[in-house]
Ligand binder design. Structure first.
Ligand code: HEC
Ligand code: HEC
Ligand code: HEC
Ligand code: HEC
Ligand code: HEC
Ligand code: HEC
Ligand code: HEC
Length: 391
């Protein structure tokens, strides 16, 4: 156990060599005490380094920490913890978030974390894990920048060293890993800014006509994954730690059909898209017919991330939508959808469900955007044939 017997002083020295000491010294002379990283401020962590690190031997497999890589954090970030800092408020109570039904499996899998481990994961057999330290470098975290100094993967899949954007931190584990769960898609491919449509995480979106947006949201806006993935509790910690709504969503989103439309059912979307605008058919003239009268979920037709194939975030839910019965493609052939002059080339013959693991969106190209609020669908949904149907 080389790690455990190395003296703490030497390891502290190693960190100092990486700029820690330089930072501490430069801040010592600064009048702006508030830029001090949160945990190096004695008002927050009175014991200093020893607030987290052990004086002698540390917990097994950790950087000489007093407890497990994430356990050490929960010793403080828990309103009920005995030794918590008096500064911990409901906003910093991670215990409450991690007790929720949908959460990052921090406590279950933190022990697998190793400092400086490579990503994305190349071994398809490796167990997936996530620790607080994967998303926070606590020597640098600040109140205005909890993700300060983290590495990530950029839109091209290349490594970003230090100060990665939030989505680049997420791409470390939700994009190109060989051990991505079978039903999980490659987020880097879904959000790619060269896709025909995407929610504006990497860059402002493609569409200039999104009449439902509730100000201050507009077509120039960008958003973070954590605008959708975070706590249901608005007084709880920001960030995708845990929520009563899965998958770690800030508000409820019903993906099943036929449960009836109301403001709770699609509360996530209605946070930024005005419900009355959608139901009044201000864009898609058949929104009301589908969502209210037929009881279709937004999820029947839209992805919340992005599509490598379709405009307007159109991506049909394969659990309810199939190809029209009479289509040659349904029999394994290729269907050529009619195309308007100047329209984006339709993506033909992408075999249904046959995409490799870690693909981005799964589409079979049954939607054709004809421009100016018109389009065409060829599909079968709950026994209703669109072969094709136009609007
Ligand atoms: C709020 C908790 C916390 C405080 C306070 C803290 N550390 Fe750490 N430190 C950690 C954690 C967690 C890790 C392991 C990170 C990982 O595994 O990715 C770590 C890792 C380290 C390492 C190992 C780095 C490496 O590259 O192997 C050193 C050295 C270190 N800390 C020094 C310090 C010094 C010096 C201080 C005081 C100035 C300090 N730490 C204060 C939590 C803390
Ligand atoms: C000794 C108690 C203590 C420990 C241990 C501790 N923290 Fe903190 N942490 C605090 C306090 C206090 C603050 C600053 C609160 C504030 O904003 O006023 C803070 C701030 C933060 C912030 C910045 C957010 C903010 O609003 O300031 C992050 C991120 C964070 N902690 C994560 C962690 C992680 C991850 C660990 C484990 C490696 C950890 N903390 C361990 C007490 C602790
Ligand atoms: C160190 C790896 C790691 C990082 C970084 C990471 N995650 Fe995760 N995430 C996981 C693991 C492991 C799970 C459990 C399910 C799985 O294996 O994908 C998970 C689950 C999730 C889920 C729930 C999925 C479900 O089906 O219930 C969401 C949503 C999520 N992560 C979003 C994010 C966001 C947003 C970020 C960036 C802020 C992020 N993750 C960063 C490892 C990570
Ligand atoms: C506009 C809201 C929104 C944004 C922004 C968003 N998500 Fe999601 N995400 C959802 C919804 C809704 C679901 C559940 C439906 C689904 O699976 O498509 C979901 C599902 C997921 C899942 C579980 C399904 C899977 O494919 O693994 C993960 C992981 C995830 N999101 C990660 C991310 C990451 C990482 C980002 C940022 C790069 C992000 N999300 C941005 C709304 C959003
Ligand atoms: C955090 C705010 C936010 C949330 C939550 C959100 N959206 Fe959006 N949405 C936006 C913004 C901003 C745009 C504008 C992007 C553009 O101009 O291309 C947009 C655009 C769209 C578009 C049009 C895209 C295009 O290219 O035409 C659709 C469709 C859409 N959202 C559906 C949804 C659905 C369905 C949900 C719920 C699962 C949802 N949105 C949740 C902010 C949000
Ligand atoms: C999957 C990535 C991920 C994991 C794992 C994670 N966090 Fe966070 N955390 C975030 C993101 C992203 C934010 C910032 C959200 C924002 O700025 O809106 C954040 C914010 C925070 C904040 C500031 C909250 C606020 O409202 O100011 C604290 C404190 C914190 N995290 C502590 C922890 C602790 C402790 C753990 C482990 C128990 C942990 N986090 C695990 C991604 C993560
Ligand atoms: C039957 C399929 C279908 C369903 C169900 C559906 N949409 Fe759409 N939606 C579309 C199509 C197609 C467009 C693109 C219309 C065009 O511009 O040609 C669209 C456009 C949009 C837009 C962009 C324009 C605008 O109005 O701002 C948003 C946002 C949107 N939908 C949100 C939603 C939400 C939220 C739900 C669920 C409450 C939903 N949609 C349900 C098919 C659907």
């Amino acid at each position: 156990m080389k790690k455990r017997t190395t003296s703490f002083g030497r390891r502290a020295g190693a960190l100092a060599a990486r700029g820690m000491l330089a930072l501490t010294l430069s801040l010592a002379g600064s009048a702006f005490a508030q830029v001090l990283p949160a945990h190096l401020d004695r008002a927050n962590v009175p014991q200093g380094c020893l607030g987290c690190h052990a004086g002698g031997h540390g917990a097994k497999g950790t950087a000489l920490l007093k407890a497990g890589t994430s356990g050490v954090c929960l010793g403080c970030h828990d309103l009920r913890a005995k030794e918590r800092s008096p500064r911990i408020t409901p906003r910093l109570d991670l215990r409450a978030s991690l007790d929720k039904a949908s959460r990052h499996p921090v406590e279950e899998t933190s022990a697998l974390h190793r400092r400086g481990e490579p990503f994305p994961e190349r071994n398809p057999g490796a167990r997936r894990h996530v620790a607080c330290a994967d998303c926070h470098d606590v020597h640098w975290s600040r109140t205005d920048s909890p993700l300060a100094r983290l590495d990530g993967l950029d839109t091209a899949g290349a490594r970003v060293r230090q100060d990665a954007a939030e989505f680049e931190v997420c791409y470390k584990c939700h994009a190109d890993d060989a051990n991505l769960p079978r039903d999980s898609k490659n987020k880097r491919l879904e959000f790619n800014r060269s896709n025909p449509s995407f929610h504006p995480v990497e860059a402002a979106g493609r569409s200039l006509r999104v009449p439902s947006l509730i100000p201050p949201w507009n077509v120039q806006s960008t958003m973070k994954c954590s605008d959708c993935h975070g706590s249901d509790d608005t007084l709880g910690p920001k960030g995708p730690h845990g929520s009563i709504y899965g998958p770690i969503l800030v508000a409820h989103y019903e993906t099943n059909d036929a449960l009836g439309e109301n403001s709770f059912q699609y509360a996530l979307c209605y946070k930024c898209h005005d419900r009355s605008s959608i139901l009044a058919n201000r864009s898609f003239p058949l929104h009301n017919l589908h969502v209210v009268k037929a009881g279709a979920s937004c999820y029947a037709c839209h992805t919340a991330h992005g599509s490598q194939v379709n405009t307007h975030l159109v991506s049909f839910n394969p659990a309810v939508v199939t190809l029209p019965k009479s289509s040659p493609q349904a029999a394994g052939g290729v269907v050529r959808l009619p195309q308007a002059a100047g329209a984006r080339p339709a993506p033909f013959a992408i075999p249904q469900f046959a995409q490799p693991r870690s693909a981005g969106t799964i589409e079979i190209g049954r939607y054709v955007d004809l421009g100016n609020g018109h389009g065409q669908c060829s599909l079968s949904c709950h026994g209703v044939e669109h072969n094709p149907a136009s609007y």
